[in-house]
Ligand binder design. Sequence first.
Ligand code: GAR
Length: 221
Amino acid sequence: MLRVAVLASGRGSNLGALLDASRAEDSGYAIVGVFSDQLEAGALDIARAAGIPALALTRKKAQDRSQYDAEFFRHVCQVQPDLIVCAGYMRIISAEALAHLSMPTINIHPSLLPKYPGLHTHARALEAGDTEHGSSVHVVTAELDAGPLLAQARIAVRSGDTPDDLAARVLTQEHRLLPACVHAIATGRLRLSTMPPQFDGQPLAAPLSLHQNTLQPQVNP
Ligand code: GAR
């Protein structure tokens, strides 16, 4: 069983989707801890209701980012995760903290990276006149939203869409994309120990795409 620690700052719907999918007999993973930088994060309630250890740690005024991260990840590592999943975790993780982690960290981001790293991704896609939008799962590196891409889910942009419309449709896709990625890592189909990562023994030349609930290599990357 792959031991997964989830980091979340907000309502935790992606955590909920991961948790639901983890209950399938063949999921290959279990969520062993949920960690937040926000005392009020809904993700903490979801975890506690499921009997999963949940901890919120807010940054003290005297702490800089790397001091906070050192303390935060000390707690995360206590649950001995094999994989850390950022599911709506809104803090930038310091390079020092990442360098100390012996397990991979992945993140879900609401845009088709490399487009729109950072915030306000839905409004930026609309402003640019994009005809498609979506979500990406990538390996976390010291550079914000720029680590190796693993998989993406796409939606069509419709005329009259607002940022909230896009956010809602992207979120629905995220709830399938993130569990599919964690399942693929847990079952060894997706390997993060090589660079580039490998899927079914082949180096990833382009992010995988989501079909139904499973990941597939892109036909014409
Ligand atoms: C998700 O849309 C996720 O992609 C985004 O936050 C939302 C969390 O929703 N993450 C980022 O923007 C990270 N840069 P949730 O709390 O309901 O899972």
